[in-house]
Ligand binder design. Sequence first.
Ligand code: NAG
Length: 103
Amino acid sequence: MRPLIALLLFIAAGACTLSVSTPRSFENYSVYKVFIKTRSDQQVIDQLLEQTNNYNLWHRRLHEVHIMVSPSARKNFLRIMQKENIVVELLINNVQKLIDEQG
Ligand SMILES: *[C@@H]1O[C@H](CO)[C@@H](O)[C@H](O)[C@H]1NC(C)=O
């Protein structure tokens, strides 16, 4: 087998493993609307979004983002928002419940 093909297969296998490790259930995952007033607010949010296992961007507008927060990150998220004076609004308390209701 040519080395490049072997490498591509290796990467593809890795990607499969990754997708298996993403949570199967969204139990207690919540979605927050975050009001972005300043550039620094935006930076705070962008930094959080780098933690892809805890934060997922759902929707982005100029002065507003919707992000899904993992149950383990929720407390820390709210603490940071309070500290940075960023206004948030809870949109969905339990994403899994919503999925179940729609299924
Ligand atoms: C979700 O939250 C409820 C209420 O706090 C708790 O009883 C339950 O164990 C949590 N589920 C998971 C999977 O963490």
